[in-house]
Design a protein around this ligand. Sequence first.
Ligand SMILES: [Zn+2]
Length: 196
Amino acid sequence: MEGDEGDRLDDPRRITELIHWTTLALRLPTARIDTVFQTEDSCRDRLSAVRWPNGVTCTMCGSQEVSDLSERSFFRCRPCRTQFSVTSGTALHRTHVPLRVWFVATDTVIRAHARTACEYHIPGRKLAQELRRPYRGAVRLKEIIVADAGVSGPGLLRESICVDDFSLPTDIDPNTPTHAWWLQNRWRHKRLERGE
Ligand SMILES: [Zn+2]
């Protein structure tokens, strides 16, 4: 679909989407996501650091007097006795999907969106194939990821895997078609470097 972007850049909403997703794609680590986060523990620690940058906090009362019940899988709040995990109260709660799958799926969805800035670009069937998950499950994952990582989403998954940073040249005005073009160009280079 490359080459269509010129037409789309007349639409301010399209520009915002394109800038959003391409910025995320450029912030993905250069190495494959499943080599950066190799275990459930490493994913859990990362989610925890993003969700609670100042330390684990009770999801019910906000206390930080929290006991670790089983190697960071579950916590218990001492004042209110609530038991919770890093995914409690988030879109990932009770999905029974391993965190590593969430991370890889988010990486896949961000890359697909950056290519076309089309909200539902990656077909569910393709995501299901890539993740080796059932079709319905893959479609549900994609919906949750797009809601989290989108322009106005809370961004838990997005911030967990977008670990790199880069700066925009000072002569480029943010949120303009030039900004979108610069990002797309840089993203194309990064994909070439990765052999994609
Ligand atoms: Zn509490």
